[in-house]
Write a protein that binds this ligand. Structure first.
Ligand code: SF4
Length: 89
């Protein structure tokens, strides 16, 4: 699962950081950004602003998206693993 924030809609209230400070950070501009391995991804609108979510943070990130007053946390579900096709069956 990956997550990104539309900074144009963020109110800067910090609710997402309260829920999951591993994934969400607030920078000097007062706006929330996603982070990966502790590194903020501050490339709004760019593909570099999409952060991978560790399994231990999935529930908190979903809760953050559900409660975000700006409705600006977006979750991208990764494709499920493809089952190998047994061509001899
Ligand atoms: S909860 Fe939403 S609106 Fe609030 S700081 Fe986080 S991303 Fe911004």
């Amino acid at each position: 699962m990956r997550v990104w924030i539309d900074q144009d809609l963020c109110t800067g209230d910090g609710i997402c950081i309260d829920h999951c400070s591993d994934v969400f950070v607030q920078l000097e501009d007062g706006i929330a950004y996603v982070a990966e391995a502790g590194q903020p991804l501050n490339d709004p609108g760019g593909s570099g602003s999409l952060a991978w979510v560790a399994p231990r943070n999935v529930a908190d990130v979903i809760h953050s998206a559900e409660t975000c007053p700006g409705e600006c946390i977006f979750i991208e579900l990764d494709d499920p693993p493809v089952e190998p096709v047994d061509e001899l069956a």
